[in-house]
Design a protein around this ligand. Structure first.
Ligand SMILES: [Zn+2]
Length: 385
């Protein structure tokens, strides 16, 4: 799926109609959660079936396109099934029991209830919510895709306006020009990432630059009186500033990932449990700042476009082992240089880790190749140290 996003240009009345559609989505989703709580063994099909009953019972809900209503019921189901999954996998901590939503910001249309003008610059919503025709603001060219490939149209409220997101099904593949280079990468707090050749990409630190401004805006907000016009204004300014940082991060992550994939034929990285790391509050801000998760997701995305292998390896001992001889050299987070007492290798900590990550990925790949040729029975290949 490719995601194309445009800002929407419409009238106040049209935005109010979008808000209606967003509210109906939340209403149907919450009704689904309620139905699941009250009944026994309520499944996805039950929630889908309830959509039409709801529309009969609550005329305002019938204004929303029927497939959009089903998409709303699906949101309830995905919250429920996520909870079931967490229970089944015995995920530690909170299992995410489905809750009622009060702050929904979006509505999702599928393949009906909207029509795109041939110029690709206007979209008309044709259901009973009365949104009408909106202008699409942006440089993307959605009209280059056959309408059949647009599987989802989402309207989103953000701090700086309303947006329209198209999900386009495509089997886009980029012709990858072989470079002969392979690498492992170590994402870190010091550098954005370090590769197996010791090349580093510096952290953009958008947040640090923006931090002062965000703090000032936060202070300004807390000085305003509750319910006042000034408070509303201050909150909006703060939300916009946060949004700007978020977009800068995303942009940086995407560009760096694209550059990395374009210049390599194989990339290995560590499967970090980022959620666990972020729970550590000292690290939290820097990690969020670096936005590793988004970066690695983009690396995988571009990797699949370029059809090059992007390999995740388990994060054990990648920073502790010596990439030269495999000796375990224990070091705390503050030790920045790897010094091996056995083979006397001296190297930046992150570069050493990146080399281990690459070696691990290659070993696992080779093992899989062997498994394929030898079959799963009776292989006596030595386990890598
Ligand atoms: Zn060594």
């Amino acid at each position: 799926m490719l995601i194309y996003e445009y800002k929407l240009d419409g009238t106040k009345a049209q935005y109010a109609a979008i808000e209606d559609a967003i509210r109906i989505t939340q209403f149907i989703r919450n009704k689904g959660i309620r139905q699941w709580m009250d009944g026994r063994g309520v499944g996805r099909n039950d929630l889908q079936a309830s959509c039409s009953f709801l529309a009969q019972e609550f005329p305002f809900a019938s204004k929303l396109n029927s497939m959009a209503r089903q998409a709303a019921a699906d949101r309830a189901w995905s919250a429920i099934s996520r909870f079931y999954d967490n229970c089944k996998q015995k995920k530690p901590g909170k299992k995410g029991f489905p809750r009622f939503q009060h702050d929904n910001r979006s509505v999702e249309y599928k393949t009906s209830g909207w029509k795109l003008k041939a110029d690709g610059r206007h979209i008309t919503f044709t259901d009973g919510c009365g949104i009408g025709c909106l202008r699409l603001v942006g440089t993307r060219a959605i009209e280059t895709f056959p309408v059949k490939q647009i599987k989802r149209v989402r309207l989103i409220r953000r701090a700086d306006g309303y947006f329209c997101q198209f999900a386009v099904q495509t089997d886009r593949v980029v012709e990858h020009e072989m470079t002969g280079a392979i690498t492992g990468i170590d994402v870190g707090l010091k550098a954005y990432y370090t590769d197996a050749n010791g090349t580093t990409v510096e952290n953009p630190r958008h947040y640090h630059k923006a931090e002062k401004r965000l703090k000032r805006l936060q202070r300004r907000l807390s000085k305003t009186t509750k319910g006042s016009k000034n408070r509303l204004k201050a909150r909006k300014t703060l939300a916009k500033a946060h949004l700007k940082v978020q977009r800068q991060r995303e942009d940086f992550a995407r560009k760096e990932a694209n550059a990395l994939v374009t210049s390599h034929d194989l990339i290995a990285f560590e499967d970090l449990k980022i959620a666990n790391l972020v729970r550590n509050h000292h690290l939290a801000k820097s990690i969020n700042d670096a936005s590793w998760g988004r970066f690695l997701a983009w690396v995988q995305y571009y990797g699949s476009l370029h059809t090059i292998p992007v390999i995740k390896v388990a994060p054990h001992f990648t920073s502790q082992n010596c990439s030269g001889c495999g000796t375990l050299v224990k070091k705390s987070l503050s030790v920045r240089t790897h010094v091996c007492p056995k083979c006397e290798l001296v190297m930046d900590r992150d570069e050493n880790a990146a080399r281990n990550i690459l070696a691990k990925a290659l070993a696992e790949r080779e093992q899989r190749e062997q498994d394929r040729t030898v079959g799963h029975t009776g292989t006596d290949a030595p386990l890598s140290a």
